[in-house]
Write a protein that binds this ligand. Sequence first.
Ligand code: ADE
Ligand code: ZN
Length: 333
Amino acid sequence: MNNFNSILEFINKTPKTELHLHIEGSLEPELMFKLSKRNKVEIPFKSIDEIKSAYNFTDLDSFLKIYYEGSNVLINEEDFFDLTWEYILRCKKDNIVHTEIFFDPQSHIPRGISFDTVINGIHKALTRAHTEFGITSKIIMCFLRHLDEEQCFEVLNHAVRHKDKIIGVGLDSSEKGNPPQKFKSLFEEAIKEGFLTVAHAGEEGPPEYIWDSLNLLKVKRIDHGVQCLQDDKLVEKLRDSNIPLTVCPLSNIKLCVFDKLENHNLKKMLDKGLRVMVNSDDPAYFGGYLNTNLIETAKALQLSLEDIKILIQNSFKSSFLDEKTKNNWLSKI
Ligand code: ADE
Ligand code: ZN
């Protein structure tokens, strides 16, 4: 078997976890079209092909505009269930045994969709994933950072009512100009309520946003973090504290963070001893789920089998699973 075939086989057969996945970003054009008809919600596209050809982004904000528009078709609990269940079927195909998914309640509540409709639909699909396939999961609620802190406090109150289903809170949406310090009090309150914290930082924004996420928001993981290599002291801090960085290679190419996958800095991050792993972010918009991300990245950066193994191990180590379960999965890689 040649070298690349053995890498392909390893990626396909190894149990994996995913830690950076926006459930609304797994809305495939086919389901978007189906839900727009089912719920009589107009979308600015006439066909599935037209939807697909609109997915040419120049940066994060150009993507977010389409992403929030796409979410408008999600109305009923059943829609959130179907959305999540479709993602779970992809997990099964990719041999993902544990997933930690984000959701964005603030893109639904202003449209008149209740928080309970959203969380209950997602949670029911994840419960079925466990009984039917043994796939485990955690739910992380993200705050939209382009909104003000006051609005985020309202959604935190909803999350508190559903503490049994939500393990942590995160920060997503438009990064530049919306620094972590804007949400310092909100995250303090979330931590007091017992939520773990994570944040998107250093996707497009500067290394200072990564520092501030660590120091002010007390995050357990940095989502993306690829801009950290601009700051040697930060790299030292991330490495010495084993802070996970949930990197999303295909996302970074689609949003023009790097011009091509061959120029992505994942391998450099790995070689510096950073706790990086691969994730799909918004797979329906960025051209692939977890295995496609791993395969394309392995090809472009000429990763070795050992590199892939470390990426997958890092992902389990960085998950919010208990230590015993983590070690059980790690023993199988
Ligand atoms: N929301 C969905 N995907 C996102 C991303 N890649 N960055 C920030 N916010 C997001
Ligand atoms: Zn993301």
